[in-house]
Design a binder for this molecule. Structure first.
Ligand code: ADP
Ligand code: MG
Length: 269
């Protein structure tokens, strides 16, 4: 983000409150959620397990409406599911009866029915190349490693150039080295493609590496407890995580997570 410039918030959640109706009564999950994501930026969301992070993504995707509060996309209230949203999850959910290429093309079949087959293939191949999967386009998902499947899933989530990309713990199931590779892939995709993203993660280093801001949610029911602007260069490398600046940010975030978990910052219960 360029300082001093007014940049439109592409995503805005204002004062969202919500309770799920369950067999044992209402379960409050959101209680004062405030999110503002400027166009073209990456918001990382962290918070205790079960606090309401995936619920936040459903609001942004228009898959549910909060009991109270407002959700805005592009200056318009969200009233239903959005075609212009891309999503990727911890489990890549690729279709085994389709090749990797056919999986990546899938969203185009839905949102761009008039696009020619040739153009669809060209677009998918461009992304597969960017994530290092050229040569694997005719494989089936089960023939690829977990990290490669997640790369394919990332391609599928952005193939239709969604205005909003929702990533719900996409790297959570990967080993530490593969995860760091994927962070760099995500950084490169971001430089090449103009999306606005919400990334849910458990990993504070990931939030600092990929985020322009880190939003810390409180324990359930979630409210926006803390927002940190990540003032690191856009073309950051993994080395940035070893700088004092990043270490200081990680300390603050760790303390915020302890508060969110209901522990004091010394770590005592
Ligand atoms: P997180 O992603 O932060 O782990 P979620 O947003 O998935 O949390 O869920 C928040 C809480 O709401 C959890 O306790 C979860 O079990 C519950 N929950 C999620 N979806 C539903 C639903 N459709 N009906 C009832 N309870 C739900
Ligand atoms: Mg979740």
């Amino acid at each position: 983000m360029i300082r001093g410039e007014t940049i439109e918030n592409l995503i805005e959640i204002k004062g969202a409150r919500h309770a799920y109706q369950t067999a044992s009564g209402p379960l409050p999950v959101l209680d004062g959620l405030e999110v503002a994501v400027p166009a073209g930026t990456f918001a990382a969301v962290v918070g205790p397990s079960g606090c309401g992070k995936s619920t936040l993504t459903k609001l942004v995707a228009g898959l549910m409406k909060p009991d109270e509060g407002e959700v805005w996309l592009h200056g318009e209230p969200v009233t239903g599911p959005r075609k212009t949203v891309g999503m990727a999850f911890q489990n890549p959910v690729l279709l085994e009866w389709r090749t990797i290429l056919e999986n990546v093309i899938l969203p185009l079949e839905i949102v761009a029915p008039k696009m020619s087959g040739k153009d669809r293939i060209a677009r998918a191949m461009e992304l597969l190349e960017m994530v290092g999967l050229s040569g694997f386009e005719n494989k089936r998902p089960s023939e690829l490693s977990g990290g490669m499947r997640q790369r394919a899933s990332l391609c599928r989530s952005i193939v239709h150039k969604p205005e909003v990309l929702i990533l719900d713990e996409p790297f959570g199931a990967l080993d530490a080295f593969t995860r760091e590779d994927l962070w760099q892939t995500m950084r490169d995709l971001r430089a090449a493609e103009p999306f606005t993203a919400v990334l849910i993660t458990h990993d504070l280093r990931e939030s600092v590496f990929l985020g322009d801001q880190v939003i810390v949610l409180s324990g359930r029911p979630a409210r926006t407890q803390y927002v940190m602007d990540v003032d690191l260069p856009a073309d950051r490398t993994l080395d940035v995580l070893f700088t004092k600046q990043a270490a200081d940010m990680l300390h603050i975030l760790r303390d915020q997570i302890k508060i969110a978990q209901g522990r004091d910052v010394e770590g005592q219960a």
